[in-house]
Design a protein around this ligand. Structure first.
Ligand code: 13P
Length: 340
């Protein structure tokens, strides 16, 4: 297949009505933290068992069209010995991989961060592709403070995301472009709006300079919300209004899908916020969907506790959240559905 055909078919398989993406790509330190919260040892075998549980959940493919994996998972197998990317494909779920290598301070821009991992990215991507990955994810993080993100922070991070996206497309891998404006802090929703708008404006400018084909990209942004320490929380209607307004200012109509991260919002909260966007603002140029990590996995993790006998309960908890977010894709979720 040509590179163009690869990109086209991957986008078609990933962008589907009523479906979204599941992020199961926690780095070793992050998954260690998640396992610690349920008293599970962070061994390679436990990580394999957990991710195999996720991928073998019956009917997951009814609501999930793509899964982001950590590099290690690409070569791990399910309990019956099938490679996990193959398990994903057999469920109708496109396997992808997180390719960024962690954040460091951005020199001469106090408080801003930058992600590493561009060196040899093209070579790494070719290996991941042979192992079954058809798309990639790269996350840049933007803490909000009085002077952050600064001008350099905004421009340097956009440059890195655009270089990553161009390299992905050159080898036939669809890039998920993820700018996460962090929820931490006391800032207002207006301040989050202003920062997110500046961040995305710079990113689309950079993607243009690097000749990235927008039709073969997915944007994974944070929603426009007040900081976590700024009580009370905004209603789903207010989050939807601000988020859609901001996206309409910055994201070209050529982008097929916008898949939000949950970024510290609770499972029900992130479903309700996505639902309000699709219910109140239908017919946008792009799909409004999910690419949740914690908001999909948390209830399942709590049900599992690392025990084999809990696997069916954990899979049921995961499928429930996937299904409710599937309903939110149509604006048809109600909080009463949580009790069903
Ligand atoms: P959360 O939904 O838990 O924020 O994770 C999504 C993700 O992939 C962050 O990079």
């Amino acid at each position: 297949m040509s590179i163009q055909t690869d990109l086209q078919s991957t986008i078609e398989d990933m962008v589907q009505k009523g479906k979204g993406i599941l992020a199961a790509d926690e780095s070793q330190p992050t998954i260690t933290k998640r396992f610690k919260s349920i008293g599970v040892e962070p061994t390679e075998e436990n990580r394999r068992a957990w991710r195999s549980l996720i991928l073998t959940t019956p009917h997951l493919g009814d609501y999930v069209s793509g899964i982001i994996l950590f590099e290690e998972t690409l070569t791990q197998k399910s309990d019956d010995g099938t490679l996990l990317p193959e398990v994903a494909e057999s469920q109708g779920i496109v396997p992808g991989v997180k390719v960024d290598k962690g954040k460091i301070p951005l020199v001469n821009s106090p408080g801003d961060l930058i992600i590493q991992g561009l060196d040899n990215l093209g070579e790494r991507l070719k290996v991941y592709k042979e192992q079954g990955a058809r798309f990639a994810k790269w996350r840049e993080v933007y803490p909000i403070d009085t002077h952050n993100p600064g001008r350099l922070g905004i421009e340097a991070n956009a440059e890195v995301l655009a270089r990553y996206a161009a390299i992905c497309q050159s080898v036939g891998i669809v890039p998920i472009v993820e700018p996460e404006v962090l929820i931490d802090g006391e800032h207002t929703i207006e301040r989050c709006f202003e920062v997110t708008e500046a961040v995305q404006h710079a990113i689309y400018h950079a993607l243009h300079r690097y000749s990235v084909i927008l039709e073969y990209t997915i944007l994974k942004p944070s929603m426009v919300v007040p900081g976590k320490e700024n009580a009370p929380k905004a209603s789903p209607e207010k989050v939807a209004e601000n988020t859609v307004k901001q996206l309409r200012r910055t994201v070209p109509a050529a982008v097929p899908s916008i898949n939000f991260l949950s970024g510290g919002q609770g499972p029900e909260e992130s479903t309700a916020n996505l639902n309000a966007m699709n219910a109140n603002y239908p017919n946008q140029p792009w799909e409004l969907s999910f690419s949740y990590g914690r908001a999909l996995q948390q209830p399942a993790l709590q049900a599992w506790l690392g025990k084999k006998e809990n696997v069916p309960a954990a899979q049921a908890a995961l499928l429930k959240r996937a299904k409710l977010n599937g309903a939110a894709r149509y604006g048809k979720y109600t909080p009463e559905m949580e009790k069903e």
